[in-house]
Design a protein around this ligand. Sequence first.
Ligand SMILES: Nc1nc2c(ncn2[C@@H]2O[C@H](COP(=O)(O)OP(=O)(O)O)[C@@H](O)[C@H]2O)c(=O)[nH]1
Ligand SMILES: [Mg+2]
Length: 355
Amino acid sequence: MGFTLGIIGLPNVGKSTLFNVLSKAKAEVSNYPFCTIKPNIGVVEVPDERLRQIQKIAGSAKAIPTVIEFYDIAGLVKGAHRGEGLGNQFLSHIREVNAIIHVVRCFQSQEIAHVSGEIDPAKDIETINIELILADLSTIDKYLGEVRIKARAGEKKFLKEAEILQRLRDALDQGRPARTVNLAINEKDFIKNLPLLTLKPVLFVANVDESGNKEQLQKIKGGELISICAKLEAEIAELSPDDAQDYREELGIRDRGLGKLIKASYELLDLITFFTANKKECRAWTVTPGTPLSRAAGKVHSDMERGFIAADVIHYNNLIEAGSYAKAREGGVLHTEGKGYLVQDGDLILVKFVV
Ligand SMILES: Nc1nc2c(ncn2[C@@H]2O[C@H](COP(=O)(O)OP(=O)(O)O)[C@@H](O)[C@H]2O)c(=O)[nH]1
Ligand SMILES: [Mg+2]
């Protein structure tokens, strides 16, 4: 149901530490009855300043943020693509997620062993990437074999598919992830159904020393990067909000590393947030870009999709500018839309429906 990010990386890099901190920031479960609740899946609320502003204007008693799920995937090791270290299981877990959080160890520690004996973030990333690329190569080869047989009859569709697969194969063969291959929209439509690991968006998370040593970070290339100290975040998560704030100030950490990570994770998924609001509650919801209004309404309640008539839609920016619903209506920035309207990020939606 939800949108899930898988936390991957070598063993002992701090994945579970980070996962536990994220899970502590967890959502009140009663608000999200549809989310998967498993021990290694954490449901996490996504902070969004817009929701707070909407709550003020709508006078809602409560504000319910949207959520994403983090999946603590056990450590990948060299040889995983051949099934080493329960490799197949790990890879199949990665196939289930929408995006990847790749944790890289930058912290030094005598007590905690590093799989290859030394701290080298760039090499560690390479190790994981190679496993994912090798797994994708065998996926591509399987499909390519099937498509080539079908293409023998000369059908254009299969010839085209074989050509796309070959292009992906060439990139992977050169050690480049599938996501780096430039594809036209219709080509993307074809490959999005393939279970390719290196096609998933990735965010690198550098688990840095308590001292904030940045030297190792410079070596990380080829993706978006966020640094966090998982151990420190774990300590802070044990404190009351006031004590946590004091501790942060004492350490000179201004922004909450965790909030930054959750936001970046949400952005990585490339999704759209829309809002609903009444006196009881206002709420943020997540859909994929290009979702029609009636389907978005169905996320809120299945009755709303079934009995959908129309919806009043106002964009967040226009609401803020107008200052109230009434003024927005007067100013003509509130518009009525039918079921085919494609929901935009920031839309506040009031659905009219019959039961
Ligand atoms: N010094 C230090 N130790 C850490 C940090 N993050 C995790 N650890 C420790 O490293 C060990 C392995 O962490 P864990 O989260 O289980 O790693 P995983 O194998 O990637 O899930 C644990 O003993 C953690 O307490 C960190 O930022 N600094
Ligand atoms: Mg672990």
